[in-house]
Design a protein around this ligand. Structure first.
Ligand SMILES: Cc1cc2nc3c(=O)[nH]c(=O)nc-3n(C[C@H](O)[C@H](O)[C@H](O)COP(=O)(O)OP(=O)(O)OC[C@H]3O[C@@H](n4cnc5c(N)ncnc54)[C@H](O)[C@@H]3O)c2cc1C
Length: 373
């Protein structure tokens, strides 16, 4: 069959490769001038590998995802670390752990039990939290909530914690011990040795895959194809008939700094009320200093509405009342009446997905489709 894949990110890459290997002829298009979707990276003039759309750290519990991905590149193990910059200039581990609690409360705890007792004492007795603020206060109390989550969330989402679903903050882990790695729950944490763009190059390198970059989807393209897997925003496909599905976006502020002293943790979160959420020091990530130039590259992130950033859609918006997810469900019903089209990935299904989740869902989707043929 002649299959059109819209989007050269992870979802499109998994479908394209899996279906090409099954003997189908695949056309991949992407409106951007590069492959890799939001995982695209490049080496800049400072000799540093930079992730164009913010730091992408690969972490997973899924053996199936690792088995598939490691066919296409060499990877190195890398356990990611993040520090939060407190108003007094101190850098403390994030997610909150024993050392974070000691730094904030001036305590001298040495065991998980002591931290548990402390948090139980400061936590508010809210049995059924109605929103993100209540959820956090019921776990860590008001002070830690206001320091680490209130300004950050307002900057990130443009909403107060009270207006957000608790599901948004339930993803944030909390440690009672001294472990200071960001994704400690995931047994595999890796980075592609030569970067994500090279990884995508290998995934798309198949005789049955043709790639057209700087090519936006148009409805006429469907005439020349038997089926379409579509990672474009589902509301855009239906010409926003039912209204917009909103996203948060990020403006990236890149700067060069002289020197070669790298920080202990590549990412610093800002707890203040200024516009920036975090800064990434790219050369603190392994295999990201590609050439010695005596110059470093750092990127600060300023979240904003996607309409204020060239319609760059990054994070689907989740409010406490779930109104946009309800709107997405209506678009999904419309999509069910398109017999030769399946919406895939982050914008096709209007959900935030980590890379491993996108790969897993796409492997399942492609296999299911092949079985039905
Ligand atoms: C700032 C940021 C940081 C992240 N960090 C991490 C992380 O550390 N770890 C992690 O696991 N995940 C992370 N993610 C998530 C990761 O980016 C996604 O899981 C992944 O990119 C999803 O792949 P996708 O194919 O669904 O979407 P995308 O990567 O967005 O690919 C979709 C592609 O479709 C193209 N497209 C859209 N519309 C059209 C159209 N009309 N015509 C043609 N092409 C079109 C787009 O140009 C895009 O290239 C992060 C995401 C963001 C935004």
């Amino acid at each position: 069959m002649r299959i059109l894949v819209v989007g050269a990110g992870f979802s499109g890459a998994v479908y394209a490769r899996t279906l090409a290997e099954a003997g189908h002829d695949i056309t991949v298009i992407d409106k951007r001038p590069h492959i890799g979707g939001n995982a695209y990276d490049f080496i800049d003039a400072n000799g540093v590998r930079v992730h164009h759309y913010g730091p992408h750290l690969f972490h997973t519990k899924s053996h199936r995802v690792i088995d598939w991905l490691t066919n296409f590149a060499e990877f190195i193990t890398y356990e990611h670390k993040v520090r939060a910059l407190l108003p007094n200039g101190q850098l403390v581990p994030i997610p909150i752990n024993l050392d974070t609690v000691n730094a904030v409360f001036g305590t001298d705890y040495d065991s998980a039990e002591e931290v548990e007792v402390h948090l139980a004492r400061v936590a508010l007795p809210i049995a059924a939290p109605n929103n993100a603020a209540e959820y956090l206060q019921s776990k860590i109390g008001v002070e830690l909530t206001d320091l680490f989550f209130r300004p950050y969330t307002k900057k990130m989402w443009g909403f107060d914690l009270e207006d957000m679903a608790s599901s948004v903050v339930k993803r944030i882990p909390l440690r009672m011990d001294r472990v200071d790695t960001y994704f400690s729950a995931d047994e595999t944490q890796i980075l592609p040795c030569d970067g994500y763009t090279a990884l995508f190059g290998t995934i798309f390198d198949h005789s049955r895959i043709r790639m057209y970059l700087s090519t936006a989807f148009s409805h006429e393209m469907l005439r020349n194809h038997d089926f379409c897997f579509n990672a474009m925003p589902i509301d855009e496909y239906f010409r926003f008939e039912l209204g917009d599905l909103p996203y948060r976006s990020i403006r990236f502020h890149i700067r060069t700094e002289a020197g070669n002293v790298v920080p202990e943790a590549p990412v610093t979160n800002f707890t203040d009320t200024g516009p920036f959420t975090r800064e990434t020091a790219w050369d603190a990530l392994p295999h990201h200093r590609v050439e010695e130039t005596g110059r470093r590259t750092l990127t600060k992130e300023e979240p904003c509405d996607y309409r204020d950033n060239g319609m760059e859609r990054y994070y689907p918006v989740r409010t406490a009342d779930g109104r946009y997810q309800a709107l997405y469900e209506k678009y999904k019903e419309m999509a069910a009446s398109e017999p030769n089209m399946e919406f895939i990935g982050r914008c096709g299904t209007y959900q935030y997905l980590d890379m491993d989740q996108v790969i897993n869902q796409s492997l399942t989707g492609a296999e299911r489709w092949l079985k039905r043929r």
